[in-house]
Design a protein around this ligand. Structure first.
Ligand code: PLP
Length: 361
């Protein structure tokens, strides 16, 4: 008889959900199916397999014939590797104060890419062309970090979306100063769904040079991509990716997930649904005294202010261990995030719970 302890018995899956993050969502069944189908036999490692080659081509269908896509593990890695690839030691990145790379990557861009970030205060998380050109005065001054990359997030960290014209105007301001435009597209799909635009229209055709394209928040188990959109920009990126620990040995499992996402427009179906659920929640709140939605709801997030006792009640009463994040404690501001697997029924029950919590004073 074996003296090895038996594995923990399987329990029924916990089907409860919250509104904390699209990262809390399960993996989409079509992605699971694709993973299972790929899980046969051997395949060359480190991206030398046929599935990875096919997936890189799949990116070209969406982003245009020059798209040069490199698969990585996570979004922070995609951002840091993009910066590292496109800046020299004395060059800087212009981004927003609320940018994930500024506040949620633990200083990785500064430590690993070695780039200074010029973080700009914004309204609703969106950079403007003026934010790009205002650093121009000290270009050429050897005491000052030289701006080289502009990074915008689409959809933004505050659930807003740049229109195609807004993106184009930022790209023009960026290129006028011989800089490059990066898009943190952890939620690019949600922006495309909102604008009813293709991924190429949103990026390549609007003047974007490189994208960190998200998969994890939109139904993948894990995986993001750095997509260079202009010939030559991705040159040597395979070395950067490896140095930064973002090269998967069993690459086929990242590739097959993206293939599933980009095939048959799964990326769009999931993003449209998540956005619709956020819109539905915002509609539920529109008439509710005591709740103020603080940013336009244009993607899959709702940001709101409400009395602190109501927040505390919701956090303790909603039957899921981390129902949502208290985004800005000082302002009693919360973030409610929807994902591909949020249901209408959950939104309606959550809306009712918010109404009840606010009414209880
Ligand atoms: C705007 C944005 N960029 C990038 C990321 C990716 O981060 P991670 O390194 O957790 O995959 C996130 C995740 O929260 C995000 O919200």
């Amino acid at each position: 008889m074996s003296d090895v302890a038996p594995a923990t018995p399987a329990t029924a899956p916990d089907t409860r959900r919250g509104f904390a993050s699209d990262n809390h969502a399960a993996v989409h069944p079509e992605v699971v199916e694709a993973l299972v189908a790929a899980n046969e036999g051997h395949a060359p490692a480190y991206g030398a397999d046929a599935l990875t080659a096919a997936t890189r081509n799949r990116f070209r269908e969406h982003f245009g014939p020059d798209a040069d896509a490199w698969l990585v593990f996570n979004g922070s890695g995609a951002n840091v590797a993009s910066i590292d690839a496109l800046t020299r030691s004395f060059e800087a990145v212009i981004c927003t104060e609320t940018a994930h790379m500024n506040v949620d990557e633990c200083g990785a861009p500064e430590r690993i890419a070695g780039s200074k970030l010029f973080a700009v205060a914004t309204e609703h998380g969106k950079l403007t062309p003026g934010d790009v050109s205002r650093w121009e005065a000290r270009r050429g001054d050897d005491h000052f970090p030289q701006p080289r990359l502009v990074s915008i997030t689409q959809a933004t960290e505050l659930g807003t979306v740049y229109t195609l014209d807004e993106t184009r105007a930022i790209a023009d301001a960026t290129h006028r100063l011989e800089m490059l435009l990066h898009v943190d597209g952890a939620r690019l799909a949600n922006a495309a769904a909102e604008l009813d635009a293709s991924l190429g229209e949103l990026t390549t055709e609007a003047g974007v040079d490189v994208v960190s394209f998200g998969g994890t928040k939109n139904g993948l188990m894990f995986g993001e991509a750095v997509v260079f959109l202009r010939p030559g920009l991705g040159e040597g990126f395979e070395f950067v990716r490896k140095q930064l620990g973002q090269l998967a040995s069993k690459m086929r499992y990242v590739a097959v997930q993206f293939d599933a996402l980009l095939r048959d427009d799964l990326w769009l179906r999931t993003a449209r649904h998540a956005n619709a659920m956020a819109g539905r929640l915002a509609d539920r709140l529109a008439e509710l005294a005591g709740v103020e939605v603080v940013h336009p709801v244009e993607a899959n997030a709702v940001f709101a202010r409400l009395p602190r006792p109501a927040i505390d009640r919701l956090l303790s009463d909603w039957p899921y261990e981390q129902p949502f994040y208290l985004w800005d404690e000082a302002r009693d501001e919360v973030r409610w995030m929807c994902s591909w697997d949020t249901t209408e029924d959950e939104v309606d029950r959550f809306g009712a719970a918010i109404a009840e919590a606010v009414a209880s004073g």
